[in-house]
Design a protein around this ligand. Structure first.
Ligand code: GLU
Length: 440
């Protein structure tokens, strides 16, 4: 038997373990997700002693409501694995929640529980063999998930003047080109990164199109409870047979790190839910048991949670409007926020001035803003916008939500400006820092 010389064996092992040949093509060059990378960078800069305004990661500033924390405490000893689809009691609570909120019929067996809606979205894209159709701008992870799996991606153009929302004509143009093609369309409102929502007539028109072309609609409603007027309407009301609603605890319940997401399916898509549960059973097994028990309490709702939500919406609504107004005074274009905690402004009117400082892309804009003012934000290009468009995503969440909730009177309107300056001081200061930077 021939034995390899030491030199050649080390060369071949080097080759074998080299990323250029060993890494799956679909993940080559894939960095950390932008939202998580900016959060780590901001934390590192703070550790180094820099004053940073953390408008990068979209994390709820509010605490998990006491009644939900109490439920988690009580169920901490629960240690057994649960079924891959989730705790039946929670699936029922999620179904009841959607039925109550939206007046649609959802049964417990239609719900699927996962370790964050992000993971459920990934598994959905994995099990469903269709193109991904998403608006530009869209949340940072839909497209990379499609890329990892190897799906085709279609970006739908939108405009700032239309709250960065999708127009039915734009969708129809794409569908008409190849009407029989299987497609998964994701709509997300209140929007990340847009902060926008859709009027009911638009939802109906989009639903009619989805029905006509028989596409699967994933309605990402993770910010639904944070519609600033508390008036979120699910598109599932108008296309119940083809809509999957995605929700979870991360945003309205302040529990991003708990990692609990939910999908609810129409009965006609139970085959998709079952395929997803099969993949779950072969990958993460089941979602954390104590967290699922605590989530039952969250989805049951009640007076404490209603008050918590009403106050969260008032604070976010006032802060978003005030931030947008400040930006507009500096000639930055930004739509009025309707929900959630993001703004997606366009600095294009200042292009010449910014070019004078060597800034020609959204990446450069975000980078220089961070370096020169300490405001951490994400470039529009991370959300599918063209590199040279001067858009940014600002997550207006850098404040102590617990203190703000405590200070806000239950029913009396707070003196808005004063309240924001006191309890959302760092976020207000960030808005001012951006304006001052543009004015210098
Ligand atoms: N959805 C949040 C964001 O867009 C953070 C969580 C994440 O991206 O995984 O900032």
């Amino acid at each position: 038997m021939r034995t390899m010389s030491r030199k050649s064996s080390s060369r071949s092992s080097q080759q074998r373990y080299h990323p250029d040949v060993s890494l799956n093509l679909n993940v080559r060059g894939l960095g950390q997700s932008a939202t998580l990378a900016i959060n780590q960078r901001s934390a590192e800069l703070r550790r180094q002693g820099r004053h940073i305004y953390k408008l990068g990661l979209g994390q709820s500033p509010f605490p998990v409501p006491d009644v939900v924390v109490e439920a988690l405490r009580k169920h901490a000893p629960e240690k057994d694995y649960l079924p891959p689809s989730g705790l039946m009691e929670l699936r029922q609570a999620v179904a009841d929640y959607h039925s109550r909120q939206q007046g649609i019929e959802v049964r417990g067996e239609d719900a699927l529980i996962g370790p964050g809606s992000k993971e459920l979205m990934f598994i959905l894209q994995l099990v469903y063999y269709g193109d991904l159709v998403i608006p530009s701008p869209s949340w940072v992870s839909y497209a990379p998930q499609a890329r990892i799996i190897g799906r085709r991606i279609h970006w739908l153009p939108t405009e700032l003047g239309d709250d960065w929302g999708v127009q039915p004509e734009v969708i129809e143009k794409l569908f008409r080109e190849d009407p029989e093609r299987p497609r998964l369309v994701i709509l997300n409102y209140p929007g990340n990164p847009s902060g926008g929502s859709y009027p009911i007539e638009r939802l109906k028109a989009l639903a009619d199109l989805a029905r006509k072309y028989r596409v699967i609609l994933l309605s990402d409603e993770i910010y639904g409870e944070l519609n600033h007027r508390g008036q979120h309407v699910s598109i599932a009301r108008f296309y119940p047979e083809g809509t999957i609603i995605s929700a979870g605890l991360s945003k309205w319940c302040g529990a991003g790190g708990w990692r609990l997401g939910t999908f609810t399916f129409p009965p006609s898509l139970s085959w998709l839910r079952e395929a997803m549960a099969a993949v779950a059973s072969e990958t993460y097994t089941s979602t954390s048991t104590p967290i699922q028990y605590a989530a039952v309490r969250a989805f049951k709702g009640g007076d404490e949670i209603d008050l918590f939500l009403a106050k969260s919406r008032r604070i976010l609504g006032a802060l978003g409007r005030s931030f947008a107004q400040q930006l507009r005074q500096a000639e930055v274009r930004v739509p009025e926020p309707r929900g959630g905690f993001y703004l997606f402004p366009d600095f294009g009117a200042l292009r010449e001035q910014l070019a004078g400082r060597g800034i020609a892309t959204s990446k450069e804009l975000a980078e220089r803003l961070l370096e020169e003012t300490g405001v951490a934000a994400l470039p529009g290009s991370d959300f599918g916008r063209p590199q040279e468009e001067l858009t940014l995503r600002l997550a207006y969440v850098d404040f102590d939500g617990a203190a703000a909730l405590k200070a806000l009177p239950d029913d009396r309107p707070a003196r808005e400006t004063e309240f924001l300056q006191t309890y959302c001081a760092n976020t207000c200061a960030a808005a001012q820092a951006i304006v001052d930077w543009l004015n210098t």
